[in-house]
Design a binder for this molecule. Structure first.
Ligand SMILES: Cc1ncc(COP(=O)(O)O)c(C=O)c1O
Length: 342
């Protein structure tokens, strides 16, 4: 089935790794079916949680839904800060900006690990940075903004090296990579996996995420979360979204094609890029990064300037969504680059 859509009314948004097609049509049908009384009563999370658990192939009790993954990140930081006055968190750069914001809100001291030149995951440097004060280690797999995988043994090594810490594996983009740390959760009770339904499922505006861990580990998070994090629209949307596997598969395929289109552009233009397991590609365009982002913006195409992120000088990040949308961006970039050479 073809779920293609025109770029959104306010332009082609390729700067926040959103789903450029929108949600599954089944989600809209579910939203339209909401009745007056549905909005009047506090939502019931049992059925939707069971559907999410089934879609992830995990047992009942291992999922806690959240108001987007951001809420999960906040609650992880609060949990980490709770029992110690000098608690710290390890943030592996270049990192998703919310890790620092959540640490700041919770009063955690931040230990930032700079990246190696190739931006690969610096496991040894992270291990060296661990001390008794570390209560939270945030790991993004695949990484944002790099799209790179975290080495297979890294999560287990970190969980063993810092048993007093929560190892938070942010799998916001795991629907694209197909890899997950979920099989480790029974063995390593200090590991928590975070997921979002904002990206591959196209529910960013509805806000739905999940924390996945052993039920004993989730207990503390549940105590810290408010009782009604998801509203009824998010609940109904999520039920429909996780039940529509065909849509997810189609979108993941589109994103793969889009990444190839971006790689081809990079080869033609002589730009370095990082092969990505996520729905975006980090491209080193050099000192023209800001100008290029601006020139595309004037054409209604928005990509993200990541030049100021650690290790990312001269880099932009381009969302790889619907391939027809990516073609529009690639053609515009080539047009702008050609006009500069003339
Ligand atoms: C690595 C990472 N984690 C978490 C999030 C936030 O997800 P949500 O929109 O569900 O709060 C994002 C969104 O960009 C992300 O890139």
């Amino acid at each position: 089935m073809n779920y293609n859509s025109e770029p959104a009314r306010d332009g082609l948004r390729l700067h926040l790794n959103e789903n450029t097609a929108g949600c599954s049509p089944a989600v809209l049908a579910a939203l339209r079916a909401i009745e007056r009384t549905d909005t009047a009563f506090y939502p019931e999370y049992g059925p939707v949680t069971a559907l999410v658990e089934r879609s992830l192939g995990i047992a009942a009790g291992w999922v806690q839904l959240t108001n987007g993954l951001d809420e999960g990140l906040h609650v992880a930081a609060q949990a980490a800060a709770r029992d110690s006055r000098d608690a710290s968190t390890v943030i592996v750069e270049p990192a998703f900006e919310m890790y620092a914001a959540c640490a700041d809100a919770a009063g955690l001291r931040q230990i930032h690990i700079p990246p190696p030149e190739d931006l690969s995951f610096p496991l040894d440097a992270v291990l060296r940075a661990l001390d008794a004060s570390v209560r939270l280690i945030s790991v993004t797999d695949p990484g944002n903004p790099t799209g790179l995988p975290v080495p297979a043994n890294a999560i287990a090594r970190l969980a063993e090296a810092a048993p007093q810490a929560i190892v938070f594996v942010d799998e916001a983009y795991a629907d694209f990579s197909g890899r997950t740390a979920i099989p480790l959760l029974d063995r390593y009770r200090n590991v928590v996996v975070g997921r979002t339904f904002a990206k591959a499922y196209g529910l960013a505006a509805l806000r739905a995420g999940a924390l996945i861990a052993h039920p004993d580990t989730l207990g503390l998070f549940r105590r810290l979360l408010p009782p009604y994090s998801l509203n009824i629209a998010a609940v109904r949307a999520l039920e429909a979204a996780v039940s529509d596997r065909a849509y997810l598969d189609w979108y993941v395929g589109e994103s793969e094609q889009s990444r190839r289109l971006i790689y081809d552009l990079c080869r033609r233009a002589g730009f370095a890029y990082w092969p990505s397991e996520a729905n975006f590609v980090l491209v080193r365009v050099g000192d023209q990064a800001a100008e290029l982002v601006e020139a595309l913006g004037r054409r209604g195409i928005f990509i993200r300037d990541k030049s100021r992120a650690p290790g990312c000088a001269g880099c932009v990040r381009i969302t790889a969504g619907v391939s027809a949308h990516t073609r529009i961006c690639v053609n515009a970039m080539e047009d702008i680059l050609a006009s500069r050479q003339n």
